[in-house]
Design a protein around this ligand. Structure first.
Ligand SMILES: [Cu+2]
Length: 173
């Protein structure tokens, strides 16, 4: 018997086993190794146009398709005096009003407030959206004007992936 002349019908099986072996290597790597740079992705990023001295906000979607939890620790931009992670949320007026402060017309039921976030968890197999009315990166006290069509860069620090620098356009999508 010459094994190199085995019928073609059997050739598919070793190939399938090889594919499984390679796939399991990838799965094993995904579970045990630290997440390497580039394993999460930042999509659809854009910044709000704003004038010098004013504030702007950056929005994007962070996609973590892996089995390991990720955390966005901080953001940094050279264009702003300070860069913070914020969450806009509706808060009850009565819980947050100073004595004697009056609610603005139309805001009797609550007000939108921006709450600084120490970090933002990006759980395994989850995409987290930063969008108007929710999570955003706040660029505080801009050192230069952000004009629609400009490209700016933003540095993001992740617990697992480390530093990721993204390039993004100024202007609403
Ligand atoms: Cu904000």
């Amino acid at each position: 018997m010459n094994n190199s002349n085995h019928p073609a019908a059997f050739e598919g099986k070793p190939t399938a086993l090889l594919v499984l072996a390679i796939l399991s290597l990838f799965l094993f790597a995904g579970c045990s190794a630290p997440v390497e740079d580039g394993t999460i992705s930042i999509q659809d990023a854009w910044a709000r146009p704003a004038i010098t001295g004013d504030n702007s906000a950056v929005y994007f979607v962070i996609d973590n398709p892996f089995a390991q939890d990720e955390v966005l620790l901080s953001a940094n931009s050279e264009l702003a005096s300070a860069t913070e992670l914020h969450m806009t949320m509706m808060v009850e007026i009565e819980d947050n009003m100073e004595d004697g402060e009056e609610a603005m017309p139309g805001m009797e039921d609550g007000a939108m407030r921006m709450m600084p976030q120490e970090n933002v968890p990006i759980p395994a197999n989850t995409a987290v959206s930063f969008e108007p009315g929710g999570l955003h990166v706040m660029l505080i006290d801009l050192q230069e004007e952000l004009i629609e069509g400009d490209m700016i860069s933003l540095t993001l620090e992740f617990e697992q992936a480390g530093t990721i620098v993204i390039e993004l356009p100024v202007g609403a999508r």
